[in-house]
Design a protein around this ligand. Structure first.
Ligand SMILES: Nc1ncnc2c1ncn2[C@@H]1O[C@H](COP(=O)(O)OP(=O)(O)OP(=O)(O)O)[C@@H](O)[C@H]1O
Ligand SMILES: [Mg+2]
Length: 207
């Protein structure tokens, strides 16, 4: 795998920061206009706190998770913070990852988000992008695809999940206050989750 975990986190952070206004605009429609601001602040802090020379992927992700937890705030801070920390546990001590590690990371992150946020698929949250992505990833790997091809397919599923969030009512988080009026709007968290997957894939492709 090219580069380091810090490089991967940098690509995630750059993508989130580049989409700060877009994510905030999505949250303006069904939330409180802070998702992009929260996430950009969180990833700026992650890139300041994680040691660029860290070779232990698990340690870097744990630090990233703790930083997201303490700096992002709102609903998404604890949720993404938990996801990164759970991923960090899976990858503790590792300096590179294989396709099965990535599968375990997806599954542990989802379990962490669900334990903390008590949401299931279909409630118009980040899980509507991450769960289909994880399922597609696992299917592709079981069919013999390599990590990059499986992740490319997973990202397609994440995009479909984001589109799906436009068609459903929010039943978790601030967007749920809107009830039926949340229909027609894209979930900010599903969008930020998809941006993260795209950045991870770019990293694996050596971009
Ligand atoms: N229980 C939950 N499980 C999973 N994701 C959730 C949950 N609640 C909210 N989210 C995600 O968090 C995103 C909103 O994140 P944001 O940073 O704007 O925090 P917030 O303003 O406190 O959130 P909210 O307005 O939803 O309470 C939503 O778009 C959704 O994807
Ligand atoms: Mg918000």
């Amino acid at each position: 795998m090219p580069g380091s975990i810090y490089k991967c986190l940098s690509l995630i952070g750059e993508r989130i920061i580049a989409n700060k206004d877009y994510l905030t605009e999505l949250d303006r429609e069904i939330g409180d206009s802070d998702h992009g601001i929260n996430m950009a602040r969180g990833f700026k802090a992650v890139l300041e706190k994680v040691n660029p020379d860290e070779s232990d992927i698990g340690a870097a992700l744990k630090k990233a998770g703790m930083t997201l937890l303490s700096t992002v705030g709102g609903a998404s801070g604890p949720l993404y913070g938990t996801a990164y920390m759970e991923a960090g546990k899976i990858l503790a001590g590792k300096t590179e990852i294989d396709s099965q590690d990535m599968k375990a990371v997806f599954e542990a992150s989802i379990a962490g988000i669900q334990k903390r946020g008590k949401a299931v698929r279909g409630e118009k949250t980040m899980l509507d992008a991450i769960i289909p992505a994880s399922e597609t990833y696992a299917k592709k790997i079981s069919e013999g695809a390599d990590m990059i091809h499986a992740l490319d397919a997973a990202i397609e599923s994440a995009h479909e999940g984001v589109e799906y969030t436009k068609t459903i009512i929010a039943t978790k988080g601030r967007a749920s206050y809107l009830g039926e009026r949340s229909i027609g709007h894209q979930d900010p968290g599903a969008t930020s989750a998809t941006l993260m997957l795209e950045a991870i894939c770019d990293y694996l492709k050596g971009k």
